[in-house]
Design a protein around this ligand. Structure first.
Ligand SMILES: O=C(O)CCC(=O)C(=O)O
Length: 277
């Protein structure tokens, strides 16, 4: 227990069909990873930390497309000691390691993402574009995305372009920020039909989807009258190296999540604990 919050240390077994789905498609969902009563207790803590730490809290109308997608705040486990027990829980890390097919993962960072009522769509993007990480395994990083409230089909969960996890950098330039332009570029690519777009639809609070670093994904708008708080945790396979030549975009991640480690060195400083230790 952490401050009376539910303990999440018990590792949970993952159905082999889910592992196969993740490895084939680059995304999968684990239902009831947290129970509704666990989420009910964690939600106020995670949601309050996200609102407090939001990087851009201007009114929706004043933000650009990416800013309208959600309020976001990262490394919550560093700013609120209670959240360490959520982000660093063995239950989540064990699923991450099983899906990646490795013995150990390291924390990359966590992020609260709250899509406000009336918030815009999340543009198509590949997370790994920002991550200065290299490994011999093509799939070496992943994100857990857990809604903290039940989400209807109308709001929906993330949309994934299946198979893109093995395609690497689809934009062909690791430098572009998430924008209307990058969104249009990816949408045009998807129209060619090479990568089927799939969603796990509405989810219950405590269900969690997992997607690989290169999996192209987006999310719809929030036309409902309720905010959609979600918590994400991101890990990489133990053994990753810091990219030999980080791009301009990746230098932000290098400084914030990897403690400015030198290019080419082993990834895994004090901000990146290993699970299981
Ligand atoms: O919450 C969203 O709308 C998008 C989340 C996302 O892109 C991610 O977790 O990588």
């Amino acid at each position: 227990m952490s401050d009376g919050l539910p303990d999440l240390e018990e590792p949970c077994a993952v159905d082999p069909a889910i592992v196969e789905e993740f490895q084939d498609k680059g995304h999968a969902v684990v239902r009831s990873l947290c129970s509704s009563s666990e989420v009910a207790r964690w939600r106020p803590v995670l949601e309050a930390a996200t609102r407090r730490g939001a990087w851009d809290s201007r009114p929706l109308a004043e933000r650009d497309t990416y800013g309208r997608a959600f309020l976001q705040a990262g490394n919550l486990w560093q700013v609120d000691p209670r959240i360490r027990a959520f982000t660093c829980s063995l239950r989540f890390a064990a699923v991450a390691a099983t899906l990646l097919g490795v013995d150990h993962v390291r924390l990359y960072h966590d992020q609260g993402l709250l899509k406000e009522s009336g918030g815009g769509r999340t543009p198509w993007h590949q997370d790994q574009q920002y991550w200065p990480l290299e490994h011999d395994r093509p799939v070496h990083s992943l994100t857990m995305w857990m809604p903290l409230v039940d989400i209807s089909d109308e709001v929906g969960s993330l949309r994934f372009a299946s198979g893109t996890h093995l395609a690497g950098d689809l934009a062909g330039d690791l430098t572009g920020p998430i924008s209307d332009e990058s969104d249009a570029k990816f949408a045009a690519l998807l129209e060619q039909g090479r990568f089927p777009v799939e969603s796990h639809g509405g989810l219950r609070a405590g269900d969690a989807s997992f997607h690989a670093g290169w999996t192209l994904h987006s999310a719809g708008e929030n036309p409902s009258d309720r905010d959609r708080p979600a918590m994400t945790v991101i890990w990489f396979a133990d053994g990753c190296r810091i990219a030999a030549e980080p791009t301009t975009h990746q230098t932000f991640d290098l400084a914030i999540w990897l403690d400015g480690a030198p290019p080419g060195s082993a990834a895994g400083g004090p901000l990146n604990p290993r699970f299981p230790a």
